[in-house]
Design a protein around this ligand. Structure first.
Ligand code: GLN
Length: 428
């Protein structure tokens, strides 16, 4: 998949890249981790990926993920689980588990994932790499298999903040093929990356350090805050009181959008078709066989939330609370330049450990409010607990993606967590 004439002046020229299998690449099977899309071969390459190919990056493979990006452990893939390179009995996080694990294992320097509620930042945290979710609208979703269109963003995984920023800079910017792509000029998101953090005000949200956060995660993140303070930032406690409701709001809005987006998979046009004498039976049999249990759960939840009689009680109400969450972030950003907190409440958990949906959904309580508000966020390695990585999350106002990089990089430069690598040969 080398371009005929890639940009040989780009620092990305010739660099290998792995792509989460929700990203369409022309003539390359793209499954979204789902049986229903086996043998689906897209006729085009999505914009973000196209731009990286134009810069000379070389796709060395597609990576496994939770089916249609629904999950936090990569256990929901139709094609099997992914091991965490730090302990293969544990999950790498999800839904972009394969993209995170392959960078953590040192197989590629960078990869792409998609983040709807945490699917880049959470697996980055659990595998000890950098994972960045851009401001909503900065990276084109054209060619990304949709999960929840008002939340989905494509972003990079890398070993360093610099590398993640370079990849982001090459793929971001307006695209007329995505109606939610933002037209304001991108500038150079890497230009201030080395500017340091002296004088920046960093907010520490009380609600992100509460119940359910593992003590080792709290300690590592508090240590990281002290490092940032020693670099000249001013730490300030802030409150985001509606954080609690984020999970409920997300699990109305994301399934509602997914039930609509996934309606197109019916055996007619894409991937799997289970032949039956009548067309209705063909639809039913294809969806019954093609979708896994978590996807079916979401489609049912979403269809219910959107059905007449329940729309106002669930969907409309969730949209109102989403607005409240958004305005709380806006208010916090009147006092501080960015927020710093843990990415994931826990380190990587053993495979099979979170079999009920709620305990799995709780994996993303600290990441999904950021998607609801469309903000940029990054996870950067900040320590270990019993040999398992911990991530620090940095969140900034919309369109301040470069500020996220600047803070994360200053922290990274002052520490050496990002240089740790799992033992060679850990991944079978
Ligand atoms: N884990 C969350 C979910 O299952 C987020 C997924 C994502 O960001 N794609 O919906």
């Amino acid at each position: 998949m080398l371009r005929e004439r890639p940009d040989t002046a780009s620092p990305l020229c010739g660099i290998p890249l792995a792509l989460k299998d929700v990203l369409c690449v022309e003539n390359v099977e793209t499954t979204a981790g789902s049986n229903i899309l086996t043998r689906f071969v897209p006729p085009y390459t999505g914009t973000a990926v196209r731009r990286l190919f134009d810069a000379g990056m070389v796709c060395v493979g597609k990576t496994n993920c939770d089916e249609f990006a629904m999950g936090s452990s990569n256990e929901n893939s139709s094609f099997g689980a992914v091991g965490n390179p730090w302990d293969v009995e544990r999950v790498p996080g999800g839904s972009s588990g394969g993209s995170a694990a392959t960078v953590a294992a040192g197989s590629v320097p960078c990869s792409l994932g998609s983040d709807t509620g945490g699917s880049i930042r959470q697996p980055a945290s659990l595998t000890g790499v950098v994972g960045f979710k851009p401001t909503y609208g900065r990276v084109s979703r054209y060619g990304l298999i949709a999960f929840a269109s008002s939340l989905d963003q494509i972003g990079p995984f890398a070993r360093t903040v610099d590398d993640a920023a370079l990849v982001y800079a090459a793929m971001a910017g307006h695209d007329p093929l995505d109606s939610t792509s933002d037209p304001r000029p991108l500038g150079d998101p890497t230009s201030e990356i080395g500017g340091g953090v002296e004088g920046l005000r960093l907010g520490v949200p009380d609600e992100y350090f509460g119940e359910g956060i593992e003590p080792a995660v709290r300690v590592a993140v508090e240590d990281a805050l002290r490092v940032l303070e020693s670099q000249g930032t001013v730490l300030q406690r802030v409150s985001l009181p509606t954080t609690d409701a984020g999970l409920s709001v997300y699990y109305i809005i994301a399934p509602a959008e997914c039930s609509s987006n996934l309606a197109r998979f019916d055996g007619v046009r894409f991937g799997l078709r289970v032949e039956r004498p009548s067309v209705t039976d063909m639809y039913l049999a294809t969806r019954e066989e093609g979708f896994g249990p978590e996807v079916k759960r979401r489609v049912m939840l979403g269809t219910y939330a959107l059905s007449s009689g329940y729309y106002d009680a669930y969907y409309r109400k969730a949209q109102k609370v989403r607005t409240v969450i958004d305005s709380e972030f806006t208010r916090a950003f009147e006092q501080v330049d960015a927020l710093v907190c843990p990415t994931s409440p826990t380190v990587a958990f053993p495979m099979g450990d979170r079999s009920d949906p709620i305990s799995m959904y709780l994996s993303d309580v600290l990441t999904l409010p950021v998607n609801l508000a469309g903000l940029p966020g990054i996870s950067v390695p900040c320590g270990f607990s019993d040999g398992l990585p911990i991530g620090l999350q940095v969140i900034a106002p919309r369109f301040e993606d470069s500020r996220v990089f600047r803070i994360a990089r200053a922290y990274e430069q002052a520490t050496d967590w990002h240089t740790a690598a799992p033992p060679l040969g850990a991944v079978a």
